[in-house]
Design a protein around this ligand. Structure first.
Ligand code: PEP
Ligand code: MN
Length: 334
């Protein structure tokens, strides 16, 4: 349920209302906007007397929220959520570029790519240290050493780092990580989501291979229910009958998720396509559709990459793409 307050509500009445609701076991999330203050009520609101609340001087209107996701719902928080990481921000109108290899492979590799993508305008560096691979015989990532090398590249370039967590037990290793990625395969690892909800780190939450928008938003809700509001939604392609591409980029996810939720929406064209030549057009489409950012795999030697070489673009291609995307963004913001 959402309680919309009148302009400049009396503070004493507001405090009384909030403590009365808390006494009934309801969590109250207050969002102060430029023109409106909204109270988002989380908990069992079925027994609340709506007429009693509506009759208060400070209350403008009351709306029931049918959707099962509350904190992630735009009705709870009409303004876009903006997540600040270092000097960069995600959401609120800017276009954030996250770039780097699928996996960290060596100090030379990650530092070289980090310097190049930074020079091209990337805002954050990506790189997997713990890799969720379909085959147990494939490269599993450099693990702790990979995290150490990411920190090194961060120190060298100043780029904040984004990397994937696969298990709660890895959390203590993620102190220097700026954004923790939850991969598609872990989108419904609810114990992991709860543990991330107890942190203060921004979380890049990837959509599961066969998950609906509502399931993605419910996973975001798990993190937010724990007190961590900093969730970035990521569409990375879904399973369909089409097998030419690795997955099918669901471009509708951008406008729909932004309509349903206030959380930033980022597109991953690399895992959507599985083919490097599709990264450019899919990225342009994502920006045109209103995405808040892109996460793109960039490798200095794609044919020899230990993971996801075919979908990785070279730093020179990223350089051209980054310049093109800022033009697309400009045109589409008209
Ligand atoms: C990745 O980003 O390298 C990755 C494994 O992504 P996803 O979880 O979307 O497959
Ligand atoms: Mn990958």
């Amino acid at each position: 349920m959402v309680v919309i307050l009148k302009k400049n509500p009396d503070q004493t009445q507001l405090n009384n209302l909030v403590s009365w609701l808390s006494g009934k076991g309801i969590d109250v999330h207050t969002t102060v906007g430029a023109t409106q203050t909204i109270l988002g009520l989380v908990g069992d609101t079925t027994h609340l007397d709506i007429d009693l609340i509506s009759a208060l001087d400070i209350v403008e209107a009351i709306r029931r929220v049918q959707e099962p996701y509350k904190n992630a719902n735009r009705k709870f928080h009409p303004q876009d959520t903006v997540i600040k990481v270092g000097n960069t921000q995600i959401g609120g109108g800017s276009l954030t570029l996250i770039a780097g290899p699928c996996s960290v492979e060596s100090e030379e590799q990650i530092c070289d790519i980090a310097q190049k993508v930074k020079a091209s305008g990337a805002n954050l560096l990506r790189g997997g240290a713990f890799k969720p691979r379909t085959s147990p015989y494939s490269f599993q990532g450099m693990r702790e050493e990979g995290l150490r090398l990411l920190s090194l590249a961060k120190k060298l370039t100043g780029l904040p780092i984004v990397t994937e967590i696969m298990d709660i037990s890895q959390l203590p290793l993620f102190d220097d990580v700026d954004i923790i990625q939850v991969g598609a395969r872990n989108m419904q690892n609810f114990e992991l989501l709860k543990a991330l909800g107890a942190t203060q780190k921004p979380i890049l939450l990837k959509r599961g291979l066969s998950s609906t928008y509502e399931e993605l938003l419910m996973s975001a809700e798990y993190i937010m229910a724990g007190g961590n509001d900093q969730v970035i939604l990521c569409e990375r392609g879904i399973r369909t009958f089409e097998s030419y591409t690795r997955n099918t980029l669901d471009i509708s996810a951008v406008p729909v998720l932004k309509q349903l939720s206030h959380l930033p929406v980022v597109i991953d064209p690399s895992h959507s396509a599985g083919k490097n030549e599709l990264v450019d057009p899919l990225s342009c489409a994502a920006v045109a559709a209103g995405a808040d950012g892109l996460i793109i795999e960039v490798h200095n030697d794609p044919p020899h990459a230990l993971c996801d070489g075919p979908q990785s673009i070279r730093p020179e291609a990223f350089d051209k793409l980054a310049a093109k995307l800022s033009r697309v963004k400009e045109i589409c913001s008209l």
